[in-house]
Design a protein around this ligand. Structure first.
Ligand code: COA
Ligand code: MG
Length: 297
């Protein structure tokens, strides 16, 4: 299943959990981390597990859980509490390197065995840029990372705190400062290098849907696929932005056709433009994304 929109839902909010199921988000991320206060941790774990157990048909919407980071004593109890509900995956925040992903993978193996779930069935999506060290360890993903890792996103808020910044944006332009653009680029290039989904960062100004749409299109142009949402109104915009338009599909089909009509040729012309293998690859990507989206409807 291809996931365009990932909507965060606080794991201890009955109202928001109820709203999540009717939302067009391709995946919900039931949150046990920052949106849950310490005194609500236990109840959030129970509500999240019950929610997972109550929603076993995941064909239209996957259910993921964000657990607390591995450098706290909350993450393992979070996991132990929710694994009976067989989440589709775990969002792992504040990683330092691929070693954290591999530790999480081992925990998941143990808990899948305990719950009688297929080994390897629980995927991992990591938030790869929330610690200072994480900016210097991207190479570790290239060496050896669990194949549970299916997606990678970045974040600028915790990273700002980690870097000692008072703000992460240029006040004059509203654009991210250098370290965050580097984080974004490292996330994208690493995810593509290891063939996992690079997911666009949260757009925090949740009332500005026009700004969200522009940000999605910018992400998509850069190579990201999909985006994290924090408000239910964001999912539809994200889905639309990451669904190829009719024109894009038609163009992709023409590119594929012209190569098929000219077998053996590595370069062809279409509408006065040269096309070669990268264009064919892009066209095939567009069609593959479209096939998967159709399969979900
Ligand atoms: N998931 C599901 N439902 C949500 C939701 C979410 N993330 N955010 C808001 N809603 C619901 C609200 O409960 C409200 O429904 P109701 O009137 O039946 O109660 C409706 O959508 C409209 O919400 P709205 O009034 O526009 O927003 P808000 O002021 O209540 O909430 C936030 C704003 C940011 C607090 C809220 O969107 C939120 O909790 N987002 C998730 C935050 C999070 O998980 N952060 C962690 C990752 S960074
Ligand atoms: Mg907390």
């Amino acid at each position: 299943m291809i996931i365009r929109s990932w909507l965060f839902v606080p794991g201890d909010s009955e109202r928001k959990l109820a709203k999540g199921r009717d939302n067009p988000a391709d995946a919900l991320i039931l949150d046990l981390e920052d949106s849950v206060s310490d005194d609500r941790q236990e109840i959030a774990r129970e509500m999240t597990r019950d929610y997972l157990l109550a929603h076993t048909d995941r064909s239209k919407q996957q259910l993921w859980v964000r657990v607390n980071p591995l450098d706290t004593d909350l993450s393992l109890p979070d996991l132990a509490a929710v694994m009976p509900g067989a989440p589709d995956g775990v969002l792992l925040p504040k990683v330092y390197s691929a070693a954290d992903v591999n530790t999480m993978a081992n925990y998941l193996s143990a808990l899948e065995a305990r719950e009688g779930l297929p080994l390897g069935s629980t995927k991992i999506h990591c938030v790869a840029t929330e610690t200072a060290a994480s900016l210097l360890t991207f190479h570790t993903y290239l060496d050896n990372v669990s194949d549970r890792l299916s997606a990678m996103t970045w974040g600028g808020e915790d990273l700002a705190a980690a870097l000692g910044a008072s703000d992460n944006r240029n006040p004059a332009t509203g654009e991210y400062d250098d370290p965050y653009l580097m984080a974004k680029s490292l996330c994208l290039s690493t995810a593509r290098a290891i063939d996992v989904q690079p997911v666009g960062v949260v757009y925090v100004d949740f009332r500005d849907l026009e700004g969200l749409e522009k940000d999605c299109l910018r992400d998509r142009r850069a190579g990201f696929f999909g985006k994290i949402a924090i408000h239910p109104a964001q999912s539809e915009i994200i889905n639309r932005a990451f669904t190829p338009s009719d024109e894009e599909v038609a163009h992709a089909q023409r590119v594929i056709d012209v190569f098929e009509q000219n077998p053996g040729l590595g370069t062809v012309g279409l509408d006065g433009k040269m096309l070669d293998m990268p264009h064919l690859k892009q066209a095939r990507n567009v069609m593959a994304v479209m096939e998967q989206i159709k399969g979900m409807q």
